[in-house]
Design a protein around this ligand. Structure first.
Ligand code: ZN
Length: 310
């Protein structure tokens, strides 16, 4: 049994309007869902992805406009890597420069060209010129489809002591494939687009807050497979939550021994559950159990104009 790579990555951002401008207008991702954090309905939950937010493409944000900045370090996902077409990195380097995005020079890592940059909250990203893989429907938005992001490539976990985390990755089906610089790479067979997890050792302590990745979710096809994971992980002593209905997928969570919050999410039902493909992300969507308080919830949220700028 193995997971099918990354399902989504969820991070803590600052200003929601700035986040929409950056992820949609600079990175060219589609805003596929605007809802609230079901565990904290005073906060938005914004989902960005390919044309439909396919599993393996969804970058999600909890924006806290007055939130305390965190510190990237041990026990966190400290890098999120997107897959882009081979030959697109020069386009991206120019694009990031035009938009004044802090970036590094492209480097070669594990046989691919890679370009690192950070967003205004300090979240660290990488574009990896690894080409197409997996089931992705690129969004022809602010970035033309030929250069558009093709979902995730992988994540980087920073750990004080990698050993116990390696055991968990092994249980999830990951195999060690090599080392480059300060990273050790693990891949899960059939996990494309986001099949990669890189581990890095650090003695910098992490502190969760704005500018940090909150958790990473791995894919499982359906409820039965998810129930098997819940049972297996509990047998191995992990404190796994009950199944939570996230409307667009169902989720279980556990904290791996290195401190990173892991989620296992079902591929379905997906973001077209409550909006048509054409109108994804246009209106605030609430789950049935919050609809009764919908007007009050919407009034309490910061204003967020998601209309596409011409
Ligand atoms: Zn999640």
């Amino acid at each position: 049994m193995n997971v099918s790579g990354i399902h989504h990555v969820t991070s803590m951002a600052g200003d929601p309007a700035r986040a929409v401008r950056f992820y949609r207008e600079v990175l060219g991702l589609r805003l596929v869902k605007r809802t609230v954090n079901f565990d904290d309905p005073g906060t938005y939950h914004l989902y960005f992805g390919d044309s439909v937010g396919s599993p393996g493409t969804a970058l999600t944000l909890f924006p806290y406009p007055d939130g305390r900045p965190g510190r990237a370090g041990a026990g966190q996902v400290t890098g999120t890597a997107f897959r882009v077409p081979e030959g697109s990195l020069d386009y991206w380097a120019d694009r990031l420069d035009e938009h004044g995005v802090a970036r590094e020079q492209p480097v070669e890592a594990f046989g691919h060209r890679m370009l690192g940059f950070e967003d205004a909250d300090g979240l660290w990203y990488e574009l990896v010129a690894a080409g197409e893989a997996g089931d992705v429907d690129p969004w022809d938005g602010a970035v033309p489809a030929e250069h558009a992001i093709r979902g995730f490539f992988g994540v980087v976990l920073s750990l004080a002591e990698p050993g116990p985390t390696v055991e968990v990755l092994d249980r999830l089906g990951y195999e060690r494939t090599g080392e480059d610089g300060d990273r050790t790479r693990y891949r899960v067979p059939g996990g494309e687009p986001g099949a990669v997890v890189d581990l890095r050792t650090t003695d910098v302590g992490g502190r969760m807050g704005v500018g940090c990745v909150h958790h990473v979710a791995f894919r499982t096809p359906d409820d039965d497979a998810q129930a098997d994971w819940q049972a297996t992980l509990r047998e191995h002593g992990h404190h796994v939550t009950e199944v939570k209905d996230r409307q667009y997928f169902r989720s279980i969570y556990f904290r791996e021994p290195g401190g990173v919050l892991f989620e296992i999410a079902t591929d379905g039902p997906g973001f077209t559950r409550d909006e048509t493909r054409e109108s994804l992300g246009e209106t605030l969507k609430l789950p049935p159990w919050l609809e009764e308080d919908g007007a009050a919830i919407e009034d309490a949220l910061p204003a967020l104009d998601v209309a596409v700028e011409q």
